[in-house]
Design a binder for this molecule. Structure first.
Ligand SMILES: [Zn+2]
Length: 287
C-alpha cells in the first residue's frame, strides 16, 4: 500500500487536541497510579500518515516527589530541562499531516528518554555546567525506579504505535528535538540539523529537499551526530525495525513562538509530504 501522506491545511495550535489524546497504551502506568499523570502522551492516535513523530524532550516537568531535583524554576525553564519549541512543532506536524505523535511527559533531567539506559547522562548529574542536586549519588533503586516508571512506559507506547502503524503501511519515524543557539560560547550557524546513523534514506532526501531553499543553513549530523550512539530512540525504534527514520534538530530561537513553530511545522510538513512521493523510501531495510 502507498504511504498515506495527506497534508491537512495549517491550523492554529489547539490545546484541546492535546488533552483528548492522553491515552495510555494499556492500563494505568505506575506514575498514573500515584497521581503523577501518564509518563507519555499519544496525540492523534488514529492518524493515517505514514509518518510517526516522537518527542523525547517535550517537557520540563518533574514529578513532585523529586522536589524539582533541587533546582529553581528558572533553571527548569532552560534548555537543559526540555527542548524548547520541539513539542509545539511536533503537535502542529501531527495536525498538518494527520500523523500520530508520541511525547514524553517528564524532563530529560529526571531521565533522558533519548539515552541508552547504561549511559552516564541517562540521569545527568550535571548539564551545561549546571549541577543537578537531585541526581547526585542516586541509589540503584531510584535509578531502576525512574527507568521503570518513566522511560520504559514511554518507549513501550512508541513501540505500540509503530506496531499498529506497520499493519497498514511501512511507517517512517521522525524524532523532533531542538538545540540552544549558543553552546560553550559558540554561535551555532544552522537553522536545522538532520541526524542519521546508518540508514541514509529519509535523512539524505530531507536534507536535499530543505537545501532547495538556499536561505536555509541545513546541517547534516549537526549540531550533534546521529552516529553518536548515546542517542537511543531512532536507533532502537528506527534502525532496530529497519524502517526509514531520522532525527530533526531545530534551533530554539526560531521556534520559541507560536509563529515560528508554525513556520517550521509548515516547512517540514511540506518537505515530508514531498518525500512521500518517493515510494521506495518506505520499505523495511536494515543497514
Ligand atoms: Zn532533544
Amino acid at each position: 500500500m502507498a504511504p498515506s501522506l495527506g497534508y491537512i491545511s495549517p491550523m492554529e495550535h489547539d490545546d484541546t487536541a492535546a488533552a483528548e489524546a492522553k491515552i495510555p497504551a494499556s492500563g494505568a502506568t505506575a506514575s498514573e497510579a500515584v497521581g503523577e499523570g501518564s509518563p507519555f502522551e499519544i496525540l492523534n492516535p488514529g492518524g493515517v500518515s505514514a509518518y510517526v513523530f516522537n518527542c523525547d524532550h517535550a517537557s520540563g516537568r518533574i514529578p513532585d516527589r523529586y522536589g524539582h531535583l533541587g533546582l529553581d524554576d528558572a533553571v527548569l525553564g532552560r534548555h537543559i530541562a526540555w527542548d524548547i519549541g520541539a513539542a509545539d512543532v511536533t503537535r502542529r506536524l501531527s495536525a498538518h499531516l494527520d500523523a500520530v505523535a508520541v511525547f514524553s511527559s517528564f524532563s530529560r533531567l529526571l531521565i533522558d528518554c533519548n539515552r541508552q539506559t547504561d549511559h552516564p547522562t541517562l540521569i545527568p548529574p550535571i548539564s551545561d555546567g549546571v549541577i543537578i542536586p537531585g541526581n547526585a549519588d542516586i541509589s540503584a533503586a531510584d535509578r531502576a525506579a525512574r527507568i521503570e516508571r518513566y522511560f520504559d512506559p514511554y518507549h513501550r507506547a512508541l513501540d505500540g504505535v509503530l506496531n499498529s502503524a506497520v499493519e497498514a503501511q511501512v511507517p517512517a519515524l521522525v524524532s523532533v528535538h531542538s538545540f540552544t543557539p549558543i553552546m560553550d560560547g559558540y554561535e551555532r550557524p544552522w537553522h536545522i540539523g538532520v541526524l542519521w546513523n546508518r540508514d541514509p534514506r529519509l535523512a539524505k532526501a530531507l536534507i536535499a529537499q530543505l537545501r532547495m531553499n538556499t536561505d536555509l543553513e541545513v546541517g547534516e549530523n549537526e549540531p550533534y551526530s546521529g552516529r553518536d550512539m548515546a542517542g537511543f530512540s531512532i536507533h532502537h525504534h528506527g534502525g532496530g525495525r529497519g524502517i526509514p527514520h531520522l532525527l530533526i534538530e531545530l534551533r530554539q530561537d526560531l521556534i520559541d513562538t507560536n509563529h515560528g513553530a508554525e513556520i517550521w511545522a509548515n516547512r517540514l510538513g511540506l518537505a515530508l509530504v514531498a518525500l512521500g512521493q518517493q515510494r521506495d523510501l518506505f520499505t523495511i531495510e536494515h543497514f
